[in-house]
Design a protein around this ligand. Structure first.
Ligand SMILES: Nc1ncnc2c1ncn2[C@@H]1O[C@H](COP(=O)(O)OP(=O)(O)OP(=O)(O)O)[C@@H](O)[C@H]1O
Ligand SMILES: [Mg+2]
Length: 258
């Protein structure tokens, strides 16, 4: 379990997000402690992806406040007013946050090793040899030490997703966001990706994981959040929420997915 004394890695305070007239996030309040694994579940359209995208400022929130590691995401507060950060400053914030999507989006013309080494060289100005050595270590860590020179189209979906995780880790993020990382995979490939994520959690990575894998949420999650219609309906110890949900909406959702 995570300590309660540490300053939160992520703090959301009354986060709202609208697209035009449609309010998708209707006041999200939550905190993620350093080293905590938070799993988020909820019906399609409830705002899970939107919330993750707000955390790394791929979406701009319309009201509320969002901090990562004590820094306001996307804004600077000055004289009680919020000023949007410049693109370069937003990019610098985003560099510390790794994101893994349902689709792996690897560069098809690059080997696994090149995919992982690319951002540190281009964005962080790490030397090529160092970046490649580090990429090889990371690929080894995700169980692909023997596939470093393989191109994405010669890898299975599970292997590609593990390359994507290694690629995110290469930037040495302090927070990892996963948006349904296993839902595009054939069932027999899900386990190998969850194993890598389990290892990351054991190593102390702070993670927010949107997932339908209730077994993973129960075993690995420190917290389970149930979102519906743009709000957090219920949050708590995963075992508690899964076995004894307090809200009717949570019960109805879980009865469909468990
Ligand atoms: N760029 C956008 N413009 C307009 N509406 C959007 C945009 N992105 C998301 N939405 C809407 O916001 C709502 C929440 O979408 P979101 O993708 O966050 O849901 P989700 O919980 O991740 O769903 P799923 O489980 O299907 O991935 C949906 O009604 C969606 O149509
Ligand atoms: Mg989604």
């Amino acid at each position: 379990m995570t300590g309660t004394s540490a300053a939160p890695m992520v703090k959301a305070e009354a986060v709202h997000k609208s697209f035009g007239h449609v309010e998708v996030l209707k006041g999200i309040d939550l905190e993620v402690a350093p080293r905590e694994v938070m799993c988020i579940v909820g019906p399609s359209g409830s705002g899970k992806s939107t919330f993750l995208r707000c955390i790394n400022h791929l979406e701009q929130i319309t009201a509320g406040r969002l901090w990562v590691d004590g820094h306001l995401v996307g804004y600077r507060e000055k004289g009680g007013k919020l000023h949007e950060l410049r693109d370069r400053e937003v990019a610098a914030q985003r560099r510390d946050i790794g994101m893994v999507f349902q689709r792996f989006n690897l560069f098809p013309h690059m080997t696994a090793l090149e995919n992982v080494a690319e951002a540190p060289v281009q964005v962080k100005r790490v030397g090529k040899a160092d970046a490649r050595a580090r990429a090889a270590e990371l690929l080894d860590r995700v169980g692909l030490g023997d596939r470093v020179h393989t191109y994405p189209n010669q890898l299975s979906g599970g292997q590609q997703q593990r390359v994507a995780i290694a690629r995110a880790l290469a930037m040495e993020p302090k927070l990892m966001l996963f948006d349904e990382p296993t839902s595009a995979l054939d069932p027999e490939l899900v386990g190998e990706v969850l194993d890598v994520m389990r290892g990351l959690a054991a190593d102390g990575m702070t993670m927010i994981v949107v997932t339908h894998e209730m077994g993973f949420a129960r075993e690995v999650g420190d917290t389970l959040v149930f979102m519906d219609d743009g709000v957090v309906v219920e949050a708590g110890d995963p075992r508690q929420v899964l076995t004894d949900p307090q809200h009717e909406r949570t019960q109805a959702f879980l009865s469909k997915v468990l």
